[in-house]
Design a protein around this ligand. Structure first.
Ligand code: IDP
Ligand code: MG
Length: 132
């Protein structure tokens, strides 16, 4: 997901260019907004964390771009492309270093495993919206 901060700041284009330029193929994509219920479900694993309320408010405050990406070694390579959760700690040239403000408003989400990528893809897209 390109998160609401990055959408609001006009970074959809530059971020998609970084993603496709790094060899990822977009096999599904939509412009949409998460409801509170959506965001609470998507981030259910973080429910007990102190930042959960802040995270849900942030993720629902405006539209996002959701996408499913395909590549060899996609999860690891995408995490490297986006950089550390906290942009202050993200490597030079990473999407979060370039486009994120702080650890909460950090521009982009990437799945952390193939298993979660499948779950998160199915959260946003039906089978007939995926072109692999
Ligand atoms: P990740 O997005 O790099 O996988 P996670 O630890 O899974 O990082 O956290 C999910 C999201 O929750 C982060 O991307 C960020 O938006 C938010 N978040 C994580 N840690 C904090 C924090 O300490 N304060 C506020 N928001 C946070
Ligand atoms: Mg995570």
């Amino acid at each position: 997901m390109i998160k609401p901060d990055a959408v609001d700041n006009g970074y959809i284009g530059p971020i998609l260019e970084k993603i496709t330029g790094a060899g990822f193929k977009i096999i599904a994509m939509k412009y949409t907004q998460l409801s509170r219920r959506d965001a609470e479900a998507f981030y259910a694993i973080h429910r007990q964390r102190p930042f959960f309320g802040e995270l849900v408010s942030f993720m629902t405050r405006g539209p996002i771009v959701a996408a499913i990406l395909e590549k060899e070694n996609a999860v690891e390579d995408f995490r490297a492309l986006i950089g550390a959760t906290n942009p202050a700690e993200a490597a030079e040239g990473t999407i979060r270093k370039l486009y994120a403000k702080d650890i909460g408003e950090n521009a982009i989400h990437g799945s952390d495993s193939d298993e979660n990528a499948a779950i998160e893809g199915a959260f946003h897209f039906s089978g007939r919206e995926i072109y692999s």
